[in-house]
Design a protein around this ligand. Structure first.
Ligand code: PA5
Length: 365
C-alpha cells in the first residue's frame, strides 16, 4: 500500500485524466473507424513522400509512428515542427496535418504552404481553422471529439496516422497489428489503472521512484518516439523537468556529462525503454551505458513493453508512461490537467498578432 492507493491523493486530478484513460479501448475503436471510413480522394501513387505537420501533443503521434516503423517505411516520412516547410516538399508530398485545436500557429502556417504548393493533404483536428480552411479547399479532414487536452487525445491522432499510412501503402498493412494493439491497451489499463494496488502496479511503483527527480528517458531508434512521449507527459502532467535522448547517439555525448554531474546527478533518474526489435548492438550499448553512468545518477530503470507486435508494445509503454506521469502529478500534489505556461505563451503570441494567419490569408509567409 502507498499513498497512490488513497482516493484522496488521486483526487488532485480534478479533471479526471486518470479515470479518462479507462475508456482508451473505446477511443481506439472510434479513431480507427473514423480513419478507415474517411474518403481519401487521391491515389497512393501520387504520394512520393510524407510530412507529418504538428506541434507538441499532436505532433507526438508522428514521432511514434515514424520511429516505430522506421526500417519498414516504404517512402520517406518526416515529422515537421515549425513554420517553414522544407524546400523539397511539393505537389507529390502528402501533408498530414495534426492539430488537436486546429488553431496552432506553426501548423496553420504549414497548412497554408501545403495549399499553396498544391500538395495532397489530410487533416486531423477537433475544429478550428484547420477544419474550416481545409473544408473550403476540399481537403479531407477527420474531425475528432473536442474538449480534451491535446496530449490526452493521443489515440485520436495516432490511430488515424497508422491507418492512413497503411491505406496509402507507406507502411505494411496493419489490420492484425491494430487488433493486437487494441488488446494491449485493454491489458495496460487493467495492469496500471488506479484500482490495482501499488504492490501489483508497475506504474505506481515507477511514479514513486521518479516523482521527486528529473526523469531522463532514453530510447533507441525504435522507441525514440515513446521516450519523447514520456518526457512530455512528465513535463505537462507532473509539471516536472524531464528530458529524453536516444541511443546510440547519447553514447557519443550525453554519457560524458555524468562524469561530473554534481547535484544534478542526485536528481537524475534514468529510464531506458527497450524493444526486442532494436539492433542487437543496442542491447550491449544499454548494458555498457548503465555501467558507465551509474556513479553519476540516482537511479536507472530499464523497461520493455508487453505484447507480441511492435504496435502492441508501443501502446503498452505509452499507456504505462501516461499513468506514471499522472501518478507522479498526484505525488507532487499538482493537478495534471492545466498547462498554464503553454496558454500564457499562446496568449502572448495572439496579442502580438500574426495578422495574416488570423485572417486566413494565403500567399508567401
Ligand atoms: O500538450 C499541449 O497542450 C501542447 O503540446 C499542444 O498539443 C500544442 O501546443 C499544439 O496544440 P494542438 O495540439 O492544439 O495543435
Amino acid at each position: 500500500m502507498s499513498e497512490l492507493d488513497l482516493p484522496e491523493v488521486l483526487a488532485i486530478d480534478r479533471a479526471g485524466l486518470i479515470d479518462g484513460l479507462a475508456s482508451s479501448v473505446e477511443t481506439f475503436d472510434q479513431a480507427r473507424a473514423g480513419a478507415e471510413a474517411l474518403d481519401i480522394p487521391f491515389s497512393p501513387d501520387v504520394v512520393k513522400d510524407v510530412l507529418i505537420c504538428g506541434m507538441g501533443g499532436s505532433a507526438i503521434a508522428g514521432d511514434l509512428v515514424t520511429t516505430l516503423y522506421y526500417e519498414r517505411l516504404r517512402r520517406p516520412v518526416q515529422v515537421h515542427r515549425g513554420y517553414y516547410l522544407p524546400g523539397w516538399a511539393g505537389a507529390d508530398t502528402l501533408h498530414l496535418l495534426l492539430s488537436y485545436s486546429g488553431e496552432t500557429e506553426e501548423t496553420l502556417t504549414a497548412a497554408m504552404q501545403a495549399l499553396e504548393r498544391e500538395s495532397p493533404a489530410l487533416g486531423v483536428t477537433s475544429g478550428g481553422k484547420i477544419e474550416s480552411w481545409y473544408g473550403e479547399h476540399g481537403v479531407p479532414v477527420l474531425k475528432i471529439p473536442g474538449g480534451l487536452q491535446p496530449r490526452m487525445a493521443l489515440l485520436h491522432m495516432l490511430v488515424p496516422t497508422v491507418v492512413f499510412m497503411s491505406r496509402l501503402g507507406i507502411i505494411p498493412e496493419q489490420t492484425a497489428d491494430l487488433d493486437a494493439a487494441r488488446d494491449a491497451i485493454g491489458a495496460a489499463i487493467d495492469a496500471y489503472g488506479p484500482d490495482r494496488p501499488t504492490e501489483a502496479n508497475t506504474a505506481k511503483q515507477l511514479a514513486l521512484r521518479l516523482a521527486d527527480g528529473v526523469p531522463l528517458i532514453y530510447g533507441s531508434e525504435v522507441t525514440a518516439g515513446i521516450a519523447n512521449r514520456w518526457k512530455c507527459q512528465f513535463n505537462e502532467n507532473a509539471k516536472q523537468p524531464s528530458f529524453h535522448a536516444i541511443l546510440p547517439e547519447l553514447n557519443h555525448n550525453e554519457i560524458v556529462g555524468f562524469e561530473q554531474a554534481g547535484a544534478f546527478g542526485d536528481m537524475a533518474r534514468v529510464v531506458i525503454l527497450k524493444d526486442p526489435r532494436q539492433h542487437r548492438q543496442i542491447e550491449r550499448r544499454i548494458a555498457l551505458t548503465r555501467e558507465i553512468i551509474k556513479p553519476g545518477v540516482a537511479d536507472i530503470i530499464t523497461l520493455e513493453g508487453e505484447g507480441d507486435t511492435p504496435l502492441a508494445r508501443l501502446m503498452d509503454l505509452v499507456i504505462l508512461g501516461d499513468y506514471v506521469s499522472l501518478y507522479a502529478a498526484c505525488l507532487r500534489r499538482v493537478d495534471p490537467e492545466p498547462v498554464d505556461s503553454i496558454g500564457t505563451l499562446k496568449q502572448g503570441l495572439a496579442t502580438t498578432g500574426n495578422q495574416r494567419l488570423q485572417a486566413g490569408e494565403s500567399g508567401s509567409i
